[in-house]
Design a binder for this molecule. Structure first.
Ligand code: NAD
Length: 413
C-alpha cells in the first residue's frame, strides 16, 4: 500500500474534478480549492533514551479555512510524506463540509515509527511537534486530532505543551483527548460508530445480502467497528492488521479475537479462525468490505478480486480512481470515506464545542446529535448520486462543492 502514496494527492483532486464537471463552478474557484493554503515543514529534535538527539521531520498542511478553522489529525508513521498529508488535508476539507461542521481541512504527520519508541521518547516527540508548530495551531486557528498511530495520551501531551507555552489551559486546541482532560464521551469509538450509522442508513436503500463483513485494519477504527457491527447482527468473517489476517466463514468471535490481539500484538494465530495473508483480505468472500487501514488498498491491480457488494471506506483514500470506476461499472456501491468515516471529526467537533462552552454532554447526547448529522449527510449524498446518476463519491463531492461555492461567493471570491 505505502509505496503508492506519492500519487495520492493527484488522485484526490480527480475526485473533486469529477464532481466539478457536473455542475457550474468557475474554473478559478476549482483552482483555488485544489491548492493548499499553507504547507508547514518542521524538523523536530528529540533527545532519545540513549542520550543522543535525533531529528524527526514533521508536516502540517492547512488546506482550506473558508468554512472555519482548519481541522484534521496527526499521523505518526514511517511512510508518511508530504503528498499524503496534502491529500489527507484536502479530504478533511470536503469531509467537514459533507458532515456540515464549521471547519476547514488540515492534516499533520511525523515520519517515525512509534512502535520503536519508549514512552518517554514518544512524549518528547509529541511535545516537540507542538513546540515546532505552536504559532500555527490554536482553537480558532488549526485544531489537530488523532490519526494512525496517535492516541488520546499523545493528544493530552500536546494540549499540555500548547497550554504551557500560552500560560493558560487551551483545551480546545486539540481533540481526541482523554475524558479527564476535556475529551468528549464517545470520541474514542466515534469513527466506527459513525461508520455503523452509515451502513444502517444504507440498509434501507441497498441490498446488504447476508451482511458478512471483512475488515482491513484492526486499530481504533477497524477493531471498534468489528465490535459494533458484530453486536448488531453483522457477521465479521475476516479481519487483518499490518502483520496478517484471520478468517472464519461462520463468523469470528470479536471479543475473543481482540483479547488475542491485545495479548500477542496481532490478529493472526487466533484459534477461532484460520490465517490468511494480509493482501488476501480484499478478495475475501463477503457482502461488505471495510478498508480501515491506509490509502490505496483497492487498486486496478486487485479490484477484480473484490467480491463484496458494498465497500464502506473507513480509511481515508483506500480506493484509487481507476478502481472506483471499475467498481461502479460492476454495480458495487462504494460509500466514500468523506461520508463513512466522518463520525470521528464530528465528535471531535462536539468535543471542541463542549470545551468552548465548559459543559460536558452525556454519551446519549453525543449519540443522538451524531445520528442526526450522519443521517442527514447520508441522505444528501445519496440523493445527489441518484440525481446525477453517479457513484456516491461524486455525489458527496457535488454536494460539498455546491456548499463551498456558496461560501466562496459570500466571501467575495
Ligand atoms: P490505528 O493506528 O488505530 O490503526 C491502524 C491499523 O491499520 C492497525 O491495526 C494496523 O495494524 C493496520 N494496518 C497498517 N497497515 C496495514 C496493512 N497493510 N494491512 C492491514 N492492516 C494494516 O489507526 P485508525 O485510527 O484506526 O485509522 C485507520 C484509518 O482510518 C486511517 O486511514 C485513518 O486516516 C482513518 N480514520 C481514522 C479516524 C479516527 O478517528 N481514528 C477518523 C477518520 C478516518
Amino acid at each position: 500500500m505505502e509505496e503508492k502514496t506519492p500519487k495520492v494527492f493527484e488522485n484526490a483532486k480527480k475526485q473533486l474534478e469529477a464532481a466539478a464537471e457536473l455542475i457550474n463552478i468557475p474554473e478559478e474557484h476549482i483552482n483555488l480549492l485544489e491548492k493548499p493554503r499553507r504547507i508547514i515543514e518542521v524538523n523536530i529534535p528529540v533527545r532519545m533514551d540513549n542520550g543522543k538527539i535525533k531529528i524527526f521531520r514533521g508536516f502540517r498542511v492547512q488546506f482550506n479555512n473558508l468554512r472555519g478553522p482548519t481541522k484534521g489529525g496527526i499521523r505518526f508513521h514511517p511512510n508518511v510524506n508530504l503528498e499524503e498529508v496534502k491529500a489527507l488535508a484536502f479530504w478533511m476539507t470536503w469531509k467537514n463540509t459533507v458532515i456540515d461542521i464549521p471547519y476547514g481541512g488540515a492534516k499533520g504527520g511525523v515520519i517515525c515509527n512509534p512502535k520503536e519508541f519508549s514512552i518517554g521518547e514518544l512524549e518528547r516527540l509529541s511535545r516537540g511537534y507542538v513546540q515546532a508548530l505552536e504559532r500555527d495551531l490554536g482553537a480558532e486557528r488549526d485544531i489537530p486530532a488523532p490519526d494512525v498511530y496517535t492516541t488520546p495520551q499523545i493528544m493530552a501531551w500536546m494540549m499540555d505543551e500548547f497550554s504551557k507555552i500560552k500560560g493558560f489551559n487551551v483545551f480546545g486546541v486539540i481533540t481526541g483527548k482523554p475524558i479527564e482532560l476535556g475529551g468528549s464521551k464517545g470520541r474514542d469509538v466515534a469513527t466506527a460508530r459513525g461508520g455503523a450509522y452509515i451502513i444502517k442508513e444504507a440498509e434501507d436503500r441497498i441490498d446488504l445480502g447476508k451482511k458478512r463483513v471483512a475488515i482491513q485494519g484492526c486499530g481504533n477504527a477497524g477493531a471498534t467497528l468489528a465490535s459494533i457491527l458484530s453486536s448488531e447482527g453483522f457477521k465479521i468473517v475476516a479481519i487483518s492488521d499490518s502483520k496478517g489476517g484471520v478468517m472464519n466463514e461462520k463468523g469470528l468471535d470479536i471479543d475473543e479475537l481482540l483479547k488475542h490481539k491485545e495479548k500477542t500484538g496481532a490478529v493472526s494465530g487466533f484459534s477461532g479462525g484460520r490465517n490468511i495473508d494480509k493482501e488476501e483480505i480484499v478478495g475475501v468472500d463477503c457482502d461488505i468490505f471495510v478498508p480501515a487501514a491506509l490509502e490505496n488498498s483497492i487498486t486496478k491491480e486487485n479490484v477484480d478480486k473484490v467480491k463484496a457488494r458494498v465497500v464502506l471506506e473507513i480509511a481515508n483514500g483506500p480506493t484509487t480512481p481507476e478502481a472506483d470506476k471499475l467498481l461502479f461499472e460492476r454495480g458495487v456501491t462504494v460509500i466514500p470515506d468523506i461520508l463513512s468515516n466522518s463520525g470521528g471529526v464530528l465528535v471531535s467537533y462536539f468535543e471542541w464545542v463542549q470545551n468552548r462552552t465548559g459543559y460536558a454532554w452525556t454519551e446519549e447526547e453525543v449519540r443522538e446529535k451524531m445520528k442526526v448529522k450522519m443521517a442527514n449527510a447520508f441522505e444528501e449524498v445519496y440523493s445527489k448520486a441518484l440525481l446525477f446518476k453517479v457513484n456516491m463519491r461524486t455525489g458527496a463531492y457535488v454536494y460539498a462543492l455546491q456548499r463551498m461555492e456558496e461560501v466562496l461567493k459570500l466571501r467575495g471570491y
